[in-house]
Design a protein around this ligand. Structure first.
Ligand code: EPZ
Length: 429
């Protein structure tokens, strides 16, 4: 198993190209199931989760071809991939595949809308919480689907097609909003979704579906209206820049000090997190090329945060922000409201000398002057990134084990950081 070795203490200076967003690429790829034409996606990041979803889509009959492997080399190495679901050969998504990646459950929406049936394994829990799928099923039931849970599978049927409806989500869910958008795009009549997720990835999906011929308005607001159409066509769509990768590197610079241009990053995708970083003392400016992050001289000021659905502070940056706060000049409180068990990084950060106490959903972080390198364990994708941030500022050597978590969501992380002066390398095997 690969490990990452970091010798902390260097500032970061230079340019980091921001890749296409994993969490936007995944639903766009799933949308390819909705047409027998070719959906071409530009700026798809080269990540383990993307490769896994390609395998899952292949099981349903989606062919793909990659070109431009080197096309965007100065912009994050991302690729252009053509997806074609000429024939759906299987409407079952088996446990062996779905259990490896939760987002693959979302195929239930397109399969049901296009084929009138879908048998999708329930994804089960994961390290950050129980993460049920009740909302994803309820929104489909609202559109007229019949769903039975049998033997660990959601068996969904809509033999006469889905029918538009007005539906209010009891809780904001990104995945359920994706699923309902895709299903309603091919339902008969009008669907109105209230309390929809407003994340930029939802907007990217709605734009993609509209480019394919869907009639969706309001994405990015909490109410979205969809006029169903009978079929969708191919399209060419670009994956938005990764706001979580952007925020992660911005926090790394805030931690180490230095001056880095996050090339291709867009401020409006993560205003709340960038405003928080400004309060910690980092200078952040948007330029036509991207976002420039500078921190010189002054220490890191403590700031309290609470995670919220977009446009609030994202849960996917909570661990990284905690990494930064471990060296703040004072105490900060970090409250997680989205997932019930997203604090596994606390124990690992403590191994580097961080002082953090947990009470319910709130972590109190007492900033320390010095962190010291140590062997640590990556426990999930974003938690791993917090260990990288802390490791970059720790004295001596930090070894991060179980790097496969990082490979799920960060494209060429060690290369991007080492080009800016970090001492970081992958140790294979
Ligand atoms: C997406 O997960 C992201 N994943 C997550 O990123 C992200 O943390 C999350 O949204 C919140 O922003 C992808 O986009 C692939 P939710 P998703 O449905 O859609 C509860 C990462 O690190 N809920 O918005 O699965 C749920 O348990 C990942 O890249 C229900 O109760 O998240 C959670 O408490 C991790 N019932 C809350 O809603 C349901 O049916 C929000 O989850 C569905 C969700």
């Amino acid at each position: 198993m690969d490990r990452i070795k970091i010798i902390g203490g260097n500032q970061l200076n230079g340019v980091i190209p921001i890749s296409g967003a994993k969490n936007a690429a995944l639903p766009l790829m799933i949308a390819s199931l909705m047409t027998d034409d070719t959906l071409t996606l530009e700026n798809v990041p080269h990540l383990a989760d993307v490769e896994q979803l390609i395998r899952i889509l292949g099981n349903h009959g989606v062919d793909y071809s990659v070109n431009g492997r080197r096309e965007h080399q100065d912009n994050g190495y991302s690729r252009t991939i053509h997806f074609t679901a000429r024939n759906i050969v299987d409407t079952t998504a088996p446990y062996e595949l779905v259990s490896k990646m939760r987002a693959s459950f979302w195929v239930i929406g397109p399969l049901l809308a296009r084929m009138g049936e879908a048998n999708v394994s329930l994804p089960g829990g994961c390290a950050i919480g129980t993460r049920p799928v009740d909302l994803l099923l309820e929104c489909l039931i609202a559109l007229g689907a019949e769903i039975d849970i049998d033997n660990g599978y959601a068996k969904a049927r809509a033999p006469n097609g889905l029918i538009g409806a007005e539906y209010t989500f009891p809780k904001v869910s990104v995945g359920a909003t994706h699923v309902m958008l895709m299903a309603a795009a091919l339902a008969k009549g009008e669907t109105i979704i209230h309390n929809a997720a407003r994340e930029p990835e939802v907007v990217n999906l709605a734009d993609c579906l509209n480019a394919m011929g869907a009639k969706i308005s309001g994405a990015g607001n909490s109410t979205i209206t969809i006029q169903g159409v009978t079929n969708l066509t191919g399209a060419r769509v670009r994956v938005i820049p990764d706001r979580i990768e952007t925020g992660t590197y911005a926090m790394a610079v805030a931690m180490t000090g230095g001056d880095v241009l996050l090339k291709g990053a867009q401020e409006e995708l993560l205003s709340s997190a960038l405003d928080t970083l400004r309060q910690t003392g980092a200078e952040i400016t948007s330029t036509p090329e991207g976002i420039r992050v500078v921190r010189n001289g002054n220490g890191i000021k403590p700031v309290d945060i609470t995670t919220e659905p977009f446009p609030g502070f994202p849960t996917d940056l909570q661990a990284q922000f905690m990494g930064l706060m471990t060296k703040a000049q004072g105490t900060s409180k970090i409250t997680e409201t989205i997932f019930e068990n997203r604090f596994m990084h606390v124990q690992e950060l403590a191994r580097l000398g961080a002082k953090i106490s947990l009470s319910g959903q709130t972590a109190t972080v007492e900033g320390v002057e010095r962190l010291k390198g140590a062997p640590v364990m990556a426990t999930d994708l974003r938690a791993s990134a917090s260990l990288v941030i802390a490791g970059l500022a720790a004295e001596g050597e930090t070894i991060i084990n179980r790097v496969y978590h990082l490979d799920r969501g960060f494209e060429h992380l060690e290369e991007k950081l080492s080009r800016c002066g970090a001492q970081i390398e992958r140790i294979s095997g």
